[in-house]
Design a protein around this ligand. Structure first.
Ligand code: NAD
Ligand code: MG
Length: 403
């Protein structure tokens, strides 16, 4: 029997991380955990270490690492590390087969890039790293021979519906369009005035998916679809005109590929991230994921509509940043992270999110994203400018974190 594949789960205490460990635990013969990494949730990490016995547990800062170390019984056999370098090293270690990139936000880029450069099978949930550093990440994948398997449900669906070439990588022969579905989020039917008064808890109450708070707010503003639009262009090497967004409130069709002959292939399933996660872990084999079978009779209907970019300007801003090219996408992503954190912290209104992003995009010129340092500089400048604009908006300085 083959040895289990070793997996590093980055962002293990989050929504995707927990679902990943759930799927892994269903297949103890096939997978073992090499490393777990999280920001500072020591108690969740302790529990995960006791259950999965990773070789390494990586916390973001020294204090969290020391607290974990104190609580962890020696018998667990897990070595506790901390910081960016440790994160990159568990993402690229020779023994590792697959890396689940499920840190939230731009903080995930260096470790995702390290995994790609080391030629790993990269299970990409962290869409922000691709939006920010798509050029670098795709180049790393090509040069190292890494395999990028999209975990974002829409991109996973597209991957499943794309034609497959001899190397078993998705090709584009005969593809005329990619149809990216969007649930429309909790405010799909709300007016602009209602959205002005929306609270963080209302924004996070997604009708179909249970997710971390940052992506939940992105789903409510449709910036999530904007980020996914950019993500689709990078992963499948598509020009933006080939990607259409379709609102589909039931979240049963996770996306579609339309072919020249008029065929449209769709991937359907219940909205549970364990399906794309199991697909990524098992690829090219199918694995049991624990997801309930789809009951189409109970679902009864599937609706579709065009997105409304006047009520949801974030989608337009993401499109404009693709058109501007270069570091504009990193700037858009960074400004969005600051705006979402400010909204979640009760500092700005929901409807201020696109205002802030647009202000930042207007003021920062896009440059060629040639190196990680160039991308990180653009990210830092966008955050600084967003923070300054926020002071203008609220009259108060701001500290932000998504962790
Ligand atoms: P989450 O907030 O639930 O979890 C984030 C995880 O990242 C946590 O484990 C946290 O400790 C860790 N983390 C945060 N900052 C870190 C840092 N600097 N260093 C190390 N670890 C850090 O988020 P989530 O909903 O699981 O989303 C994770 C990523 O997956 C996001 O990029 C999101 O867009 C993407 N995604 C999520 C879903 C979903 O259903 N939740 C679906 C598609 C894509
Ligand atoms: Mg998605």
């Amino acid at each position: 029997m083959a040895a289990p594949r070793l997996v590093s789960v980055l962002g293990s205490t989050g929504s995707i991380g927990v679902s990943t460990l759930d799927v892994i635990a269903r297949h103890p013969q096939d997978f073992a955990v090499y490393a777990l990494a999280a920001h500072s949730s020591v108690d969740s990490m302790l529990e995960q270490c006791l259950q999965h016995r990773p070789k390494y547990a990586v916390m973001m800062d020294q204090d969290s690492a020391e607290r974990l170390q104190k609580k962890l019984p020696a018998a667990c056999g897990t070595e506790v590390l901390h910081g960016e370098d440790a994160l990159a090293s568990v993402a690229s270690a020779a023994e590792v087969d697959s890396v689940m990139a499920a840190i939230v936000g731009a903080a995930g880029l260096p470790s995702t890039l390290a995994a790609a450069r080391a030629g790993k099978t990269v299970l990409l949930a962290n869409k922000e790293s691709l939006v920010m550093g798509g050029h670098l990440l795709m180049q790393a994948v090509r040069e190292s021979g890494a395999r990028l398997l999209p975990i974002d449900s829409e991109h996973n669906a597209i991957f499943q519906c794309m034609p497959v070439d001899e190397q078993a990588r998705p090709g584009r022969d005969g593809v005329s369009k990619v149809l990216l579905t969007a649930s429309g989020g909790p405010f799909r039917t709300w007016t602009g005035e209602q959205m002005r008064e929306a609270t963080p808890d209302q924004a996070c109450a997604h009708p179909n998916w249970s997710m971390g708070r940052k992506i939940s707010v992105d789903s409510a503003s449709l910036m999530n679809k904007g980020l996914e639009f950019i993500e689709a262009c990078w992963i499948f090497d598509l020009s933006p005109e080939l990607v259409d967004v379709v609102v589909h409130p039931q979240s049963i069709i996770h996306s579609m590929v339309q072919y020249l002959d008029g065929s449209v292939l769709a991937q359907l399933g219940n909205p549970d991230m364990r399906t794309p996660i199991a697909y990524g872990l098992g690829w090219p084999k199918r694995l049991a994921s624990g997801v309930a079978p789809l009951d189409l009779v109970a679902t009864a209907r599937l609706d579709f509509a065009a997105p409304d970019e006047s009520r949801f300007p974030c989608l337009r801003l993401a499109r404009e940043s693709v058109a501007a090219g270069g570091t504009a996408m990193a700037v858009c992503n960074a400004a969005n992270e600051v705006a979402v954190a400010a909204f979640l912290g009760g500092r700005i209104r929901f409807t201020d999110i696109p205002v802030l992003i647009e202000g930042v995009l207007e003021q920062l010129p896009a440059v060629e994203p040639t190196t990680l340092a160039v991308v990180e500089t653009a990210d830092n400048e966008a955050r600084a400018l967003a923070a300054a604009l926020l002071v203008d908006m609220t009259g108060q300085p701001l500290e932000v974190t998504l962790a």
